[in-house]
Design a protein around this ligand. Structure first.
Ligand code: PBG
Length: 327
């Protein structure tokens, strides 16, 4: 490699067209997945304070919302449900007539080509807000994975295209793969939240999904932010158990994890640009402290550059409008 003054890196940054030719990473509408919060009741579209532009939406308002998503060229949505009734064992999570099961049908009815991903977890459905069944003041792993498998199967039966377990119980991917395969759903992929960290960046989501734990926290099942080798073990286990897409969550504070998992396994990697990452940019923009649009695009391209193939993001609609047509 020649050095200065023979080599001048600035030559290839001289104008927009040259920069476009040299660009190493691209962001496309095809990479985006939009999270949607579905709630009970009729004609509800309740704004979520800490997440501008996002709402809790009732099923009757869903068709209109997802038509807009589809028309923007966004390929997929991921659904989160707010049930009318919560109980200790999260019964609504696997009720064939539950909120998510109805939402899947409503979407598939009107917009069959839109890919519907479902978040498979108990925290939105349990009265205590934990991601599983409580025994002796702790989340009981093995009892929980049976219910998660039931929940995933009920989503598949309702028409979900991909199921995405987010609970961080051990063995849940295998349990879900088995129940799907035994019930003629061997074609349904699993996108596993493989490396999901116990993060402060989920704050706004817990308001949106009404899923804050009523006691304790999630540190006995979600990962310690200090760990990286452990994320590779989690991903290896999920792949072994049958995961098709590996997710890292949150995204921006964990770009190194995205890169390591991509390099190690070369599987499709998804990254969840979570509610707190979204809210920070929105808040700074509102205060006039940052150019929100540029910060959004820079965040998304960084996540791609780190090695993600797919990005779950509350920015999906705004980014799709900017990327417009470049499918
Ligand atoms: C459910 C779940 C959470 C998120 C996605 N699925 C919350 C949590 O684990 O507390 C967070 C998403 C976000 O912050 O955008 N277990």
């Amino acid at each position: 490699m020649s050095i200065f003054p023979k080599y001048r890196p600035r030559r290839l940054r001289r104008n927009q067209t040259i920069r476009r030719m040299i660009r190493e990473t691209t962001l496309s509408i095809n990479d985006l997945i939009l999270p949607i919060f579905v709630t009970f009741g009729r004609n509800v579209k309740k704004p979520i304070g800490s997440m501008p532009g996002h709402y809790q939406i009732s099923i009757d308002n869903l068709a209109k919302e997802v038509k807009e998503v589809k028309d923007l060229g966004i390929p997929a949505v991921i659904l989160f449900g707010i049930p009318e009734h919560k109980d200790k064992v999260g019964s609504e999570a696997y009720n064939p007539k539950g909120i998510i099961q109805q939402a899947i049908k409503a979407i598939k009815d009107k917009t069959p080509e839109l890919v519907v991903i479902t978040d498979v977890c108990m925290c939105e459905y349990t009265s205590h807000g934990h991601c599983g069944i409580i025994k002796n003041n702790d989340v009981d792993n093995d009892a929980t994975i049976e219910l998660l498998a039931k929940e995933a199967l009920s989503h598949a039966k309702a028409g979900a295209d991909i199921v995405a377990p987010s609970d961080m119980m051990d063995g849940r991917v295998g349990a879900i793969r088995n129940i799907l395969d035994d019930n003629n759903f061997s074609h349904i992929p699993i996108m596993s939240y493989a490396a999901k960290y116990a993060s402060a960046f989920y704050g706004p989501f817990r308001e949106a999904a009404e899923s804050t734990p009523q006691f304790g926290d999630r540190r006995s099942y979600q990962m310690d932010p200090a760990n990286s080798n452990e994320a590779l073990r989690e991903a290896a286990l999920d792949i072994e158990e049958g995961a098709d897409i590996i997710m890292v969550k949150p995204a921006l504070p964990y770009l190194d994890i995205i890169r390591r998992i991509k390099d190690e396994f070369n599987y499709p990697v998804a990254a969840y640009n979570v509610s707190g990452e979204f809210a920070m940019i929105k808040a700074a923009e509102k205060l006039g402290w940052m150019d929100g649009e540029r910060a959004m695009m820079e965040s998304l391209i960084s996540i791609k550059r780190a090695g993600a193939d797919l990005i779950l993001t509350y920015f999906a609609k705004e980014a799709a409008k900017i990327l417009g047509g470049k499918i």
